[in-house]
Design a protein around this ligand. Structure first.
Ligand code: SAM
Length: 214
């Protein structure tokens, strides 16, 4: 078992821009009601637990598994951040699964309010089943998953997340002006899988929120 200090140091090493992800998830939590959150490809990004009640993390990286195995210390890190953020309930429910998210996760279908897809592949392809209808997918564009969600009839764009000087804002105005490719092109699932990266759009928000509609 890793010592408490090494857990905190390891996290500090990952959290190169301290508070950045905490500010991101604060903006998301202000915008939508979500209790159950699923974060495949999380690595050690525990920031969602600062604002959301129950977060299920999953990653196949063994350093992430080792980090989350220190349950008490991870809980201490999160609870301190929750208390610092003025959260009424300092206790967060955290679980981690060391697995490939393309495999079956130990979760009920449609049990999740918010599915997180940040820099970790085509999560919407494999994990949308766990998201309830009406729930949201938070996805950034770099790895192609935002483009994938944009052509998936199960999703509708409901907001964009913009970043400025380390602050995040969730915007619902002018959504028609987003997801417009710079170069006219056919965007298909097969092409995105082949590319393995995002499409260049005329506007570049940090991330998108899609609502599951079917
Ligand atoms: C670039 S890191 C991003 C980590 C975190 N989402 C963030 O934004 O800081 C990508 C993570 O996704 C994980 N990952 C990629 N493909 C995966 C898969 N099929 N199943 C589980 N984890 C995966 C990797 O192990 C890695 O930890």
């Amino acid at each position: 078992m890793t010592s408490p200090n090494r857990v905190a140091d390891f996290y500090a090493e990952y959290d190169r821009h301290p508070g950045d992800r905490v500010r991101l998830f604060a903006a998301i939590a202000n915008h939508l009601d979500a209790v159950q959150v699923l974060y495949p490809g999380s690595y050690v990004d525990i920031a969602p637990s600062v604002w959301f009640e129950t977060v299920v993390y999953a990653d196949l990286d063994r350093r992430a598994a080792k980090f989350f195995a220190n349950e008490d210390q991870v809980q201490v890190l999160v609870d301190a951040k929750r208390a610092a953020g003025g959260h009424a309930d300092p206790i967060a429910d955290i679980s981690f699964h060391h697995l490939d998210y393309r495999e079956q996760l130990p979760l009920e279908d449609e049990s999740t309010d918010l599915l997180i897809s940040l820099y970790a592949g085509f999560i919407s392809e494999h994990c949308t089943r766990y998201l309830r209808i009406g729930g949201h997918l938070l996805v950034n564009p770099s790895h192609g998953d935002a483009a994938m969600a944009s052509i998936n009839p199960s999703y509708e764009l409901s907001a964009v997340v913009t970043a400025r000087s380390g602050d995040y804002a969730v915007r619902t105005d002018g959504l028609d002006g987003y997801l417009v490719p710079k170069k006219p092109q056919a965007i298909t699932r097969e092409r995105l899988l082949e590319l393995g990266r995002g499409i260049a759009y005329t506007k570049s928000p940090f991330a998108y929120l899609f609502q599951r509609v079917a």
